[in-house]
Design a protein around this ligand. Structure first.
Ligand SMILES: [Zn+2]
Length: 465
């Protein structure tokens, strides 16, 4: 039977279920999720537990090309420690040299890596817009098109979030030279969104907007850009970097006397359309108010660890009913299970306790985290990718029950082992995105070519850096 999979164990929104028949239609949406049944004659049976694919809610694709290349101590003035800001200087060197072909090559390979690693969709926070000298390309959507094509070629689901970037600091300081490729006026951004909307719709991609941060979007812009966005699509997602670094919090306080999250909640209509990326540094009151707004917290554990951001207080967020999801952000790590591991371990190290993110209804940490990250990730993506339920997309990950780390275990323990028992090879067997099998059915020649083009793009960028 076409578009049908029978799973002895599947992770449904309510928890683990047995003998589940999954069926989806030609558009890739689940039309049947039936537990405690038998497999009709000729139905394909999964070779391990089936779990929902994870939406990756925060990505800057081009940054994959220098993952692992900023792990050395730089020449800092006054013996200062390497920090987020010295990393950003290196990031700008890549951002200022990348060509459209290089971006497409890097994104294509990255999206293949994501599909291999349990992500079935991605939110692309896309801020390099213009040519190397800062002038717009003849086709102003050139670099956005590269990302749309990369998603189409690989089959990963996409939420495209063109980034609004206008200033270099709080209160409207002029952009610096390193930001020349990012800058757009409000009108110019709205024209780009109008241009991209029909194309995204046709491809099944969701279009939203990402005001980069309070550093990059001055107060007078907010009302105008959100009104313009709503005129195009009043339900489209809005993502923002917020309170990632203590330096950013201090600068915001110096500017307006308020902390970034506090200012945003007071001045912007933050609600369930919004994804607050990082939100690492919040007061008790900010946790309470931000969670109550309905916004999703976009946690990027490997990047936040890599950049020394700090640790989000997840139990406090959950206590106030907050939704959350996972992003791989700078792509120091591209592995859905590893992000969950790092998130839980950060909480354990800080609290000196274990199994912090188990819930009242799901005592298995990996199960509880997977279910929550899928729901929050789907909300932030604003796509029907919220798990194994009728109406949602068939975004499925089949774990390999024969993998050494999983063999002979119960299904919940297999997911735990997948997340927590470190092993050298992936325990993922197959991945479907939008009802199509992706990681094993793409032509080997296509994958080989994508790998070659990724390495070539990285080499070129390093030669010119
Ligand atoms: Zn980011």
């Amino acid at each position: 039977m076409k578009n049908t999979l029978f799973a002895e164990n599947a992770l449904l929104p309510t928890g683990w279920a047995q003998n589940v028949l999954l069926h989806w239609n030609a558009t890739g949406h689940l039309t049947q999720v039936e537990p405690n049944t038998t497999a009709p004659e000729g139905t394909e049976e999964a070779k391990g537990p089936v779990i929902p694919g994870l939406p990756n809610l925060h990505s800057h694709a081009f940054q994959r090309a220098f993952a692992g290349l900023t792990e050395y101590r730089g020449q800092n003035p006054d013996g200062a420690q390497d920090s987020f800001w010295s990393w950003r200087t290196l990031m700008y060197r890549f951002a200022n040299r990348i060509t459209p072909d290089q971006l497409e090559a890097i994104a294509t390979w990255l999206y293949l890596e994501m599909l291999q690693a349990g992500y079935t969709s991605v939110c692309e926070f896309h801020y390099v817009h213009h040519a190397e000298d800062g002038t717009p390309y003849a086709d102003d959507a050139t670099l956005a098109q590269c990302l749309l094509r990369a998603a189409k070629k690989t089959g990963i689901g996409l939420t495209l979030l063109p980034v609004l970037y206008q200033t270099s600091g709080f209160g409207g300081t002029a952009p610096v030279e390193g930001q020349r490729r990012f800058i757009r006026s409000t009108d110019n951004m709205l024209r780009l969104l109008e241009r991209l909307k029909p194309q995204c719709d046709a491809q099944g991609a969701r279009l939203g907007l990402a005001p980069h941060s309070l550093r990059a979007v001055p107060p007078e812009t907010w009302r105008e850009v959100l009104a313009g966005l709503n005129a195009i699509d009043a339900t489209s997602p809005v993502h923002i970097h917020i309170a990632e670094q203590t330096g950013e919090v201090d600068a915001c306080l110096a500017w307006c006397g308020q902390r970034p999250v506090e200012w945003l909640l007071d001045h912007a209509p933050v609600d369930a359309r919004w994804c607050l990326v990082h939100a690492t540094h919040m007061t008790l009151q900010e946790y309470q108010r931000a969670a109550a707004s309905g916004a999703v917290a976009g946690i990027c554990p490997s990047t936040e660890a890599n950049l020394g951001d700090g640790i989000f207080d997840m139990p406090l967020w959950l206590q106030h009913g907050g939704a959350w999801g996972i992003g791989s952000d700078s792509h120091a790590t591209v592995n859905a299970a590893e992000e969950l591991l790092l998130l839980e371990y950060g909480q354990r190290l800080q609290r000196r306790s274990r199994n912090v993110l188990a819930s009242a209804t799901q005592t298995q940490v990996a199960t509880a985290m997977t279910l929550q990250a899928v729901v929050g990730g789907a909300q932030a993506s604003d796509r029907a990718v919220g798990g194994l339920a009728v109406g949602q997309q068939a975004d499925l990950v089949e774990l390999d029950a024969e993998h050494l780390a999983l063999a002979g275990l119960s299904a919940p323990d297999m997911l735990s082992a997948h997340v927590f028992a470190s092993h050298r090879t992936s325990a993922i067997r197959r991945v479907w995105a939008g009802g199509l099998e992706r990681n094993t059915t793409l032509a080997p020649e296509f994958i080989a070519q994508a790998a070659t083009e990724f390495v070539a793009a990285r080499t070129q960028l390093l030669e010119n850096a």
